[in-house]
Ligand binder design. Structure first.
Ligand code: PLP
Length: 403
């Protein structure tokens, strides 16, 4: 009989006890969140109140949901509190689904959206051939300054005023510095456009009051993943202050982009919101300081990192200067990521590194110096597996409620 359980346990032992994870898209959850994920809630269904089902009005199609309904309401209240929004939904099954909801709530077939092209770090899902193709939307690129790895805000404002798109989507997968949202807001007001923000990568920093506060700066709708810099279960969230967008999101939630919301995930996310409310500010500050420290240490140590002139980063991510790494050390991104993995250091092969998971594991600036030293020695062919294991075992999950 194929043995699944022992493989899962081997994975858990390896990734949770032996590895240093520097991928910016991942994080680890608290014991409470993990307990909730494996609870009975993962077997259950509910449907929203006041629904017409098969032509018949029903108040709530499922029974046995009194705790679940309560948890959902409390989770939404907590999210509104953490993000300063009037409306929040924890139902989107993933960051991608939340993005699909944002596009569906804001746009109709034939509308134009402006966003960041994938070559500039934008999320591929917003680009030609993916969600816009499915929804019948036109997509054009916002002007970008590669040397500063940010939008050209003045030119973007001109473009918005001129083209009057239905929606401008900012936020990216390769994301380092905040946007000048007020400049974009003014242009969107002139053009009658909506402004959306995909916070998938920076959601945990926004929750902690760092990086930027998109809703305070006039963004109409925020979507995002809940498991990258935000240390929740894998899933999505959607936030807005606008009554009309709140109604559109509610309308499309069921039977357009999804049905069951996976109530163990929703409940686990509500618990993670509670943790963010309590510890988010300290966590977010530490993540940013750790990123700046790690980027500088790697760069100074001979593994070139980009944007040193701008302080490397203002968030959980850093970008490797992959061309310089190839020239100085002779590694392609695939080669260095495989070599690091042999020593149980996990980075992506797309040129990013991130400090969010290590920060959740209790790492501080001193730990970042140690990680950088081990990282560089690994690439110089030293056997660093024992150092990685020792450092990993010295770390302890932080920003959690003690049980
Ligand atoms: C900016 C951005 N939006 C959306 C997504 C999709 O998120 P998920 O993987 O949670 O569906 C990603 C994934 O990495 C992303 O980087």
């Amino acid at each position: 009989m194929p043995d699944i359980l022992s493989r899962v346990m081997a994975h858990d032992r390896w990734r949770l006890e032996e590895c240093l994870n520097l991928q910016p898209s991942e994080n680890v959850t608290s014991p409470q969140v993990r307990n909730i994920l494996s609870s009975d809630l993962g077997h259950r269904y509910t449907l929203p109140f006041d629904q017409v089902l098969h032509g018949v009005y029903v108040e709530n199609a499922y029974r046995g949901t009194k705790y679940l309904d309560d948890i959902e309401r409390e989770g939404e209240r907590l999210a509104c509190d953490v993000f300063g929004s009037r409306f929040a939904s924890l139902k989107p099954l993933s960051g991608h689904v939340s993005a699909l909801m944002m596009l569906t709530a804001c746009c109709e077939k034939g509308d134009e959206i402006l966003t960041i092209r994938p070559e500039h770090g934008g999320y591929d899902g917003y680009w030609e051939g993916y969600m816009p193709k499915m929804l019948g939307l036109e997509v054009s690129a916002l002007p970008f300054v590669e040397e500063r790895w940010n939008l050209d805000h003045e030119k973007a404002a001109e473009q918005i005023t001129q083209r009057k798109p239905k929606l401008v989507v900012v936020g990216a997968s390769f994301f380092l510095f905040p946007y000048q949202l007020k400049v974009l807001r003014d242009a969107c007001d002139d053009a009658g456009s909506l402004l959306g923000y995909d916070a998938s990568h920076v959601l945990g920093l926004i929750a902690g009051g760092e990086f930027q506060r998109p809703l305070d700066d006039g963004v109409d709708i925020v979507c995002g993943s809940t498991h990258k810099s935000f240390f929740g279960p894998q899933g999505g969230v959607i936030l807005t202050n606008r009554e009309d967008l709140c109604s559109s999101v509610k309308e499309i939630l069921f039977w357009t982009v999804m049905d069951n919301a996976h109530w163990n995930r929703v409940s686990a996310l509500a618990q993670a919101m509670l943790e963010m409310k309590e510890f988010g500010s300290d966590y977010a500050k530490q993540v940013i300081s750790n990123s700046k420290t790690l980027a500088k240490a790697l760069d100074d140590g001979g593994f070139p990192m980009k944007f040193g002139d701008s302080g490397y980063t203002d968030c959980h991510q850093m970008q490797v200067d992959t061309e310089a790494v190839r020239e100085n050390m002779g590694f392609t991104p695939h080669e260095y990521s495989c070599k690091l993995e042999e020593s149980n250091i996990i980075v992506d092969s797309m040129g990013r590194t991130g400090t969010n998971e290590m920060t959740r594991m209790g790492a501080d600036e001193g730990t970042m110096e140690e990680i950088s030293d081990i990282f560089i020695r690994t690439l110089k062919d030293e056997d660093t597996k024992p150092d990685v294991k020792k450092l990993r075992s010295s770390l302890k999950l932080k920003y959690i409620f003690e049980e």
